[in-house]
Write a protein that binds this ligand. Structure first.
Ligand code: GAR
Length: 199
């Protein structure tokens, strides 16, 4: 690989299984390297897992700030010294303001558990089942000010099975998330924004 590796910061809120697939992939021959994992929840399980892989971590607890702008100023203060080229949202459950999103324009990715533009927001699997959809899936997209609406960088599909519960469908989609996000980041880090479609 010629040239410097792209520096990646990952934002999480929870267990960080998507984060782990990104960290594991970046631990191999890869155009990017992980420089920081930040959680907005002090107890997020992903923090310990990242540390175990030797990746620096930080916590910026959103409850310590009176408003979104205050939280995001603190987040920026933690991110900037790590000089990330790319920010990956991986189960990061805070809505970001247009000001923060603009600062990282073209450099911030998110994974969302639906086939966008279907079902932005929450409860995606229940909504897909309720609608009688034949398939569900996940999307990696560029983050833009409108929630879950930026350009698609990758998508993976799974069938919705008879009798599926939101939990069963979520588990099946999550398996695909773990394949899709690393594939997209690997491509994106080389400057290639051609969408990845799985399977
Ligand atoms: C994933 O399913 C991800 O797509 C979803 O949260 C889960 C996090 O799991 N993200 C969103 O709903 C974002 N709006 P993880 O912490 O194990 O990666």
């Amino acid at each position: 690989m010629s040239g410097a590796r792209r520096r990646v910061a990952i934002l999480i809120s929870g267990g960080g299984s998507n984060m782990m697939t990104l960290l594991r992939d970046m631990a191999t021959d890869h155009p990017a390297e992980a420089v920081l994992v930040v959680s907005n929840r002090p107890g997020a399980g992903g923090l310990e897992k990242a540390r175990a892989l030797g990746v620096p971590t930080a916590t910026v607890d959103h409850r310590d700030y009176p408003d979104r702008e205050g939280f995001e100023a603190a987040l920026t203060a933690v991110l900037e010294p790590a000089r990330p080229d790319i920010i990956c949202l991986a189960g990061f459950m805070r809505v970001l303001t247009p000001g923060f999103v603009r600062r990282w324009h073209g450099r911030m990715l998110n994974i969302h558990p639906s086939l966008l533009p279907k079902y932005p927001g929450l409860h995606t699997h229940a909504r897909a089942i309720e609608a009688g959809d034949a398939e569900a899936g996940c999307t990696v997209h560029e983050v833009t000010p409108e929630l879950d609406a930026g350009p698609v960088l990758g998508q993976a599909r799974v069938p919705v099975l008879p009798g599926d519960t939101p939990e069963a469908l979520a588990a099946r989609v999550l398996e695909m998330e773990h394949r899709l996000y690393p594939a997209v980041l690997r491509r994106f880090a080389t400057g290639d924004r051609t969408p990845v479609f799985l399977p």
